[in-house]
Design a protein around this ligand. Structure first.
Ligand code: GDP
Length: 445
């Protein structure tokens, strides 16, 4: 069963010898299980296939973090790749509602949860954003649908456009616009008619309304439980009407959320919200991490791997600090610092980031470090042997000449580097000696 993906992976992978890195076979074995999990989560076959291929390339050769199993590591990689695929551009929760009154067009099949979602979003806009919202039902074929919106409006305290019998959808849309302007509303939401299936009339109606309303957002509501069907519906609506985002409903049920992945992979449309129940506040901004966790059903493993990685980093930092306190600061340490500085955007970036470190940065500048020098310094260190990096004191004239030549630089530059390594070592030692209440802690406050 799906729930046991974690066990299945561990079972398969823990028998493999740990080699420190994921081999192609490890990854293949693990991904076979992941593929089944994706299909069980209702991800469509071609999407699952493409996804697995992408992850396979990414994962092969990756180092396995100490204290987690290869299986757990693969899960983390798969999780991150899922999040990556699910993430659209921009903030999914931010609706374009400037230039009042802003029209929002709601489209979708009957029974998808469109009317419910319209009311949920209206409530959200009112309560979170303090917007004045007007809702109008355009479902002229089903009077019950119009009344439903009216009732929901009363429930959530949002106005609805009065129902006038015999009007066509375009006329209602125009009336909504007029009323929204005159009434000082910020947003008006048009709940279009739904059908059980997409047909020409439905599409034509939605297109006509779109043309008179010029919506700022066109949100397609689809039932998240319908998997591949939801994706087909989205593709068609987007082709014919153009949608700015998707709302997946019924994400509270048994569905594994696989529709979300197929939706993103096939339509490329951003998922904006998910419906998580029948109540009026059961709507959430789409969060890729949540859905990824749900598809894999193993959020605990993901956080375990993250924690293990963090712990290891913290341990490394602590070991380093201890060595520095004893005055052990070698070329490997210096190289790491230099690389760190490069990552942080050079000297300037670092000074901005670390209060109290300005003095150190100045000293380093004095010792000949500036941004364009970083790469040269690193090259010099790379030109040293392992033994020389660990203990730069052994560098005599002949070694210096060899190193400088290897990096294509002068011995004088190497001497500057050595001086800097000594100075930084001294400084690290002093800072360490100040202990817990010392300079580093002060600086961090
Ligand atoms: P419409 O025909 O698309 O307007 O669909 P409705 O808004 O009338 O919703 C159909 C049914 O689905 C109603 O009973 C809703 O309460 C229910 N529904 C809508 N969204 C959700 C959801 O996110 N979760 C659950 N469990 N039910 C929902």
């Amino acid at each position: 069963m799906f729930e046991n993906l974690s066990e299945r992976l561990s079972g398969v992978l823990d028998r493999l010898t740990k080699q420190g890195a994921l081999s192609e076979d490890d990854v293949k074995t693990a991904l076979r299980e992941v593929r089944v999990a994706l299909l069980e989560a209702d991800v469509s076959l071609p999407v699952a296939r493409d996804f697995i291929k992408k992850v396979q390339d990414q994962a092969t050769g990756q180092a396995v973090t100490k204290s987690v199993t290869p299986g757990q590591q693969v899960v983390k990689i798969v999780h991150d790749a899922l999040v990556d695929t699910l993430t659209g551009e921009g903030d999914p929760g931010a609706l374009k509602i400037d230039n009042a009154p802003a029209p929002i067009l709601m489209v979708g099949l009957q029974g998808s949860g469109k009317t419910t979602t319209t009311a949920k979003l209206a409530k959200r806009l009112k309560e979170r954003d303090g917007k004045r919202v007007l809702m109008a039902s355009l479902d002229v074929n089903r009077p019950a649908a119009m009344e439903q919106l009216q009732i929901l409006g009363q429930q959530v305290g949002v106005d609805t456009l009065p129902i006038v019998k015999g009007e066509d959808p375009v006329t209602i849309a125009k009336r909504a616009k007029t009323q929204a302007s005159l009434g000082g509303y910020d947003v008006y939401m048009l709940d279009t008619a739904g059908r059980l299936h997409i047909d020409a009339e439905l599409i034509q109606q939605a297109a006509d309304v779109r043309d008179v309303a010029n919506p700022r957002e066109t949100l397609l509501v689809v039932d998240g439980l319908t998997g591949q069907d939801a994706v087909n519906v989205a593709t068609e609506f987007d082709d014919k009407i153009g949608v700015s985002g998707v709302v997946l409903t019924r994400m509270d049920g048994d569905g594994r959320g696989g529709a979300a992945l197929s939706m993103r992979a096939i339509t490329g449309k951003p998922i904006r919200f998910v419906g998580t129940g029948e109540k009026m506040d059961a709507i959430e901004t789409f969060e890729p991490e949540r859905i990824a966790g749900r598809i894999l059903g193993m959020g605990d493993i993901v956080s375990l791997v993250e924690k293990a990685q963090q712990t290891i980093e913290a341990e490394q930092a602590e070991r380093m600090m201890k060595r520095f306190q004893k005055g052990q600061f070698n070329m490997n340490d210096l190289k790491m610092q230099l690389e760190q500085m490069q990552k942080m955007g050079g000297m300037e970036g670092m000074m901005g980031m670390m209060p109290g470190m300005g003095k150190m940065a100045k000293q380093m500048e004095g010792a000949g470090i500036d941004d364009k020098m970083l790469a040269h310094q690193i090259a010099l260190i790379q030109s040293m042997t392992k033994k020389e990096r660990a203990n730069p004191k052994i560098l005599q004239a002949s070694r210096k000449k060899r190193i400088a030549a290897g990096a294509g630089m002068e011995v004088s530059e190497l001497n500057k580097l050595l001086k800097m390594q000594r100075q930084m070592g001294d400084m690290m030692k002093k800072m360490g000696k100040m202990g817990k209440g010392g300079m580093l802690k002060q600086a961090m406050k």
